[in-house]
Design a protein around this ligand. Structure first.
Ligand code: ADP
Length: 421
């Protein structure tokens, strides 16, 4: 194992794992701090998916350090701390304290900091993060309920989170290429800086900073920075690029789609699947609340459907309907009630031979994967940007596509199955 990654949330972890897979690394994603029972042989990169973006600082630091220790014990030569491309954090953390603790654990002098991801319109210029056309502090992130970002200058933002010195490698240097960035890293260390925010406007900038970070023990950033890292290991003769998989070898069994996301994209995908004749079951939150609908009943319905087609189970509803449900039951209570029912349905379906599953919704995916006791996922082919097929490792073998609500084309639920062998 070469690259050990620690991600501060689940979908961010998948995003990174997919990026590494596309760049030739055999990658596995684990759902919690790996222990001796997690089978991780034969992988070039391991991505630990934590849920530490907004938890208390001490917990984020402690889980990240435990992950680091496990990854180093597996032989990781470099650690990657992955956070959101909008640098989601507060003055208390958690990016600064976690990065500081990791740097200390590695006994390293300097780590680069770069959330840029030009493909998704996140760029950094003179240390200022842009989201699309506007600086971070003018983007919708300024009103984020948990991590409102009101300062676009990442040198300042990070400096408020750490006692270590934060510097900048500006565009004028990055634009000259990897050698210039390497020199800037050496100069930063000489100045006593422990973190350097690195400007990046194009993928080439990310690749060059990745090349320059070849000997760096800790790299921090969005998934974009991972673009340039696999090539370092290939150049050093430590691995050979694996061809990105085009299909996933999936276990035999029946197929199901579970949609708990109410986002526009998912509602469109549900409508397209129904229009194409996929048998569909609409989960009524009031029936769950009354006690007249449980996961086992949903699974029994699925079992009765034609075996040659996927079955669709969805609670997805338009914003008005969702608001009414939330007013009636409370937002969090409604959410977790539905998530738990869908997770129970998934468990019951796996017991009767469903082995291929698409789950729509970040929270919904988390609940389903937890319910199924899945601890690790091998990353397979990309179905649509940001969403791969994965295969569970340990326990019942399953093919799983975990889709963040807003991702995927309208025909996602129809075409995804073509990528299974
Ligand atoms: P996304 O990725 O689109 O944000 P999530 O699964 O993360 O999707 O979040 C959707 C949330 O909405 C979940 O907590 C889910 O249980 C809840 N939900 C799903 N269907 C309904 C509904 N009909 N009414 C109210 N809440 C719902």
């Amino acid at each position: 194992m070469l690259l050990g990654c620690i991600a501060d949330d689940l979908t961010g972890a998948t995003d990174l794992a997919l990026m590494l897979t596309r760049a030739g690394m055999r990658t596995v994603q684990v759902m919690q701090v790996p222990d001796a029972s997690t089978k991780l042989d034969g992988f070039d990169a391991v991505v630990v998916a934590l849920k530490t973006r907004t938890c208390p600082v001490e917990e984020a630091v402690s889980l990240s350090l435990k992950s680091a220790d496990a990854l180093l014990a597996l032989g990781a030569k470099q650690l990657f701390f992955k956070y959101c491309s909008t640098f989601d954090s507060t003055d208390q953390g958690n990016i600064g304290p976690v990065a500081e603790a990791l740097l200390d654990r590695l006994g390293a002098d300097l780590a680069l900091v770069c959330p840029a991801f030009p493909t998704n319109k996140r760029t950094v210029y003179m240390g200022n993060l842009f989201v699309g056309d506007v600086p971070l502090a003018e983007s919708p992130m300024k009103d984020h309920p948990l991590t409102p970002m009101r300062d676009s200058n990442l040198v300042r933002v990070l400096q408020r989170q750490t006692k270590l010195k934060v510097g900048l490698v500006p565009f004028a240097v990055v634009h000259q290429g990897a050698a210039a960035v390497s020199e800037a890293f050496a100069a930063a260390t000489a100045k006593g800086e422990s973190f350097v925010v690195v400007d990046a406007i194009t993928d080439q900038h990310l690749i060059d900073m990745g090349t320059a970070a070849s000997g760096m023990r800790l790299v921090t950033g969005g998934s974009g920075v991972a673009l340039g890292l696999p090539a370092n290991f290939i150049r050093q003769g430590l691995m050979r690029a694996a061809k990105a998989p085009e299909q996933l070898k999936a276990p035999k069994g029946r197929s199901v789609i579970i949609a708990g996301s109410c986002s526009e994209a998912t509602r469109g995908q549900v409508a397209a699947a129904k229009a194409a004749g996929i048998p569909a079951f609409e989960v009524d939150p009031s029936a769950i609340q009354r006690g007249s609908l449980a996961g086992s009943e949903i699974a029994a319905w699925a079992q009765k459907q034609p075996a040659d087609k996927p079955a669709l189970i969805y609670s997805s509803a338009d914003p008005d309907t969702v608001r009414k449900v939330q007013d009636k039951f409370g937002r969090d209570a409604a959410g977790s009630m539905i998530e738990q029912t869908l997770a129970a349905a998934a468990q019951a379906m796996v017991k009767v031979g469903f082995t291929r599953m698409i789950v729509a919704g970040g929270e919904t995916s988390g609940a389903v994967v937890n319910g199924l006791g899945v601890t690790a996922l091998e990353i397979g082919p990309e179905i649509d940007p940001g969403v791969p097929w994965t295969r569970s490792i340990g326990g019942t073998e399953l093919a799983l596509a975990l889709k963040s609500g807003n991702f995927g084309a309208p025909d996602f639920f129809l075409k995804a199955w073509d990528r299974l062998a």
